[in-house]
Design a protein around this ligand. Structure first.
Ligand code: NAD
Length: 427
């Protein structure tokens, strides 16, 4: 893996740049540019055919100075510890930039749940928790769903934790099913939160949402809900790209008169793969995976995976593009950032733009701990307030100090964590 494609190297490079800018002392810098704790697990799972298979798992707690560590758990066949490290670090900045009292963590299991039965997935979830139970908990580290993990996985994990801990601890995990400690609005939160920040950015840039078009990479949880909310604002989506599990490559689904998000969702699998044949019947043009980025649209929404906009392809972004709202974590490499800066494309950086998920997870934790659950409208209203004020704080610092939006978000987030580690007397 070349350095520019290692997400951990990207996360550290972004951090170092801001550490220079705010003249961070060497010890504080060394402390924050790496995780405080890492767990590497081997998880034996009895498969349905009776054989035992060993899965590799991780949990990385980057920093918990501002509160219990918080972050999702990803199931992915190409998961690496460096990806998990980067994502844990971004979680610290994400919780900080939206000013919620939580630290940053991330977990992963190297697996492909699409090729595991329900029972195998359950055993894998329980196995991951069994190895980590002493280091998880509502006041220590609180996991959540992420790529290819879902509410059912979280419930099995909570159940395993409660069995070991001998009590009811719904605050140990978020993203639980509704009626089992989950919060209304959590499913929509990341995608909707992203569009709340996009709405504010367009307002500041003097662009009417109903006069814009967009292309989206990824049509899973984040991509679909971002698409729905954007469409509600009056925007028109021209292209959506996703991974095709059968062909093992990505495609872009293009419709020149605009995507009907509801109809497209009906022909999309739970893993976010769009059915090619059905899409063709509906009049979609099927283009290569990277074509989403080359479309003549006003807004790009990367909402799939990290390292998608790179030094190699940033030059292919159409000249009409004015805003990139990053739904995925780490979709843009530092080399691509240089191109975007030069072209004056306005960025809503990942750890701000996609913080709606963790903000709602925080609301879920609060509700779980109170054992009192809010109406959906109340959750989404509180989410809008949090996302809007976080966006406005970042954009006004960016304007005031003439900073790139990503740098402004980092300055706010890192300064809050620095204050916490210093006040605690850690460094
Ligand atoms: P998901 O598994 O529900 O969906 C992922 C989507 O990306 C699918 O449509 C898949 O087909 C597509 N995809 C995968 N590889 C692709 C490729 N090479 N080209 C085009 N499309 C591809 O995942 P999600 O929950 O929507 O998460 C997407 C991103 O957002 C990830 O980076 C995740 O870390 C980040 N994120 C998720 C949440 C959340 O609440 N779910 C919160 C914050 C950030």
């Amino acid at each position: 893996m070349s350095e520019s494609y290692n997400p951990y190297a990207t996360a550290q490079k972004q951090f170092d740049g801001v550490a220079d800018m705010i003249r961070l002392e060497p010890a504080v810098r060394e402390f924050l540019r790496q995780p405080m704790r890492e767990y590497h697990l081997t998880i034996p799972v009895r498969m349905d055919n009776g054989e035992v298979r060993i899965f590799k798992g991780y949990r990385v707690q980057h920093n918990d100075a501002r509160g219990p560590a918080k972050g999702g758990i990803r199931f992915h066949p190409q998961e690496t510890v460096d990806t998990v490290r980067a994502l844990a670090m971004w979680m610290t900045w994400k919780c900080s930039v939206v000013d919620i009292p939580l630290g940053g963590a991330k977990g992963g299991i190297v697996c492909d749940p699409r090729h595991l039965s329900e029972r195998e997935q359950e055993r894998l979830c329980r196995g991951w928790v069994r190895q980590l139970a002493r280091d998880l908990g509502p006041v220590l580290d609180v996991p959540a769903p992420d790529v290819m993990s879902n509410a059912q996985h979280m419930l099995w994990m909570m159940d395993e934790y409660e069995t070991i801990a001998g009590g009811k601890y719904p605050g140990v995990i978020t993203g639980k099913p509704l009626g089992m400690g989950g919060s209304l609005g959590r499913t929509e939160a990341t995608g909707f939160g992203l569009i709340f920040t996009l709405r504010e950015a367009l307002r500041e840039l003097g662009i009417k949402p109903e006069e814009t078009t967009a292309a989206i990479q990824g049509f899973g949880n984040v991509g679909q809900h971002a698409a729905l909310k954007y469409q509600q604002l009056g925007g028109v989506i021209l292209a959506v790209s996703c991974w095709d599990n059968q062909d093992q490559k990505a495609y872009t689904f293009y419709k020149k008169d605009g995507v009907d998000v509801g109809v497209l969702r009906e022909i999309t699998s739970v893993f976010g793969d769009i059915d090619k044949e059905k899409a063709q019947d509906l009049g979609y043009e099927i283009l290569p995976g990277e074509a989403w980025l080359e479309q003549a649209v006003d807004i790009l929404i990367p909402a799939a995976l990290e390292n998608q906009i790179t030094g190699a392809n940033a030059g292919k972004i159409h000249k009409q593009v004015k805003v990139i709202a990053e739904g995925a974590n780490g979709p843009t490499t530092p080399e691509a950032d240089e191109v975007l800066k030069e072209r004056k494309i306005f960025i809503i950086p990942d750890f701000l733009a996609n913080a709606g998920g963790v903000t709602c997870s925080y609301f879920e934790q609060v509700q779980s701990n109170m054992n009192y659950y809010w109406e959906k409208e109340e959750v989404l209203e509180k989410l809008d307030t949090k996302m809007t004020s976080a966006y406005l704080a970042v954009s006004s610092l960016a304007r005031e100090k003439n900073l790139y939006m990503r740098d402004a978000a980092y300055v706010i987030a890192i300064n809050r964590v620095v204050e916490a580690v210093k006040k605690r007397g850690w460094v």
